[in-house]
Design a protein. Structure first.
Length: 130
């Protein structure tokens, strides 16, 4: 039985070390957390989306693929609900869903509105790292 437990533990550790880690942190937008991330100088993506928006869904797939890289371990993605967070839309001068806004700390590094091109999204995300 001891050998069986040792083998099971070794397999579990081996499987755990192969499992991909989520590189970026995602959370719903809130003013305090956003300000804290800016104060820390973190790379930030503000992702304005609506559940019914096909452009937003496409952007989401691209973002997920891109931030799987360990380069984005410190990136924080703040999700903004286009239908419910109108005060946040005003704050960032957003007029439509599908807006992506990059920051490095307090500095805005770029913005895409209603763009689904993966290369452009990748460029925006990379700008948050510099």
């Amino acid at each position: 039985m001891t050998r069986f437990r040792t083998l099971a533990l070794a397999l579990a550790v081996g499987i755990a070390s192969v499992a991909p880690a989520q590189a970026a942190e995602q959370r719903n937008f809130d003013t305090v957390a956003f300000a804290a991330a800016q104060a820390q100088g973190r790379p930030i993506l503000v992702d304005v989306k609506a559940w019914w928006c096909p452009v937003c869904a496409s952007q989401g797939r691209s973002i997920k693929a891109i931030v799987a890289s360990p380069d984005y371990n410190n990136l924080i993605i703040f999700n903004v609900n286009y239908d419910r967070q109108k005060d946040v839309l005003r704050r960032f001068a957003v007029t439509k869903q599908g807006s992506l806004i990059g920051f490095r700390g307090n500095r805005q590094t770029g913005r895409l509105d209603y763009v689904t091109d993966r290369a452009q999204i990748g460029t925006l995300l990379a700008s948050t790292l510099r």
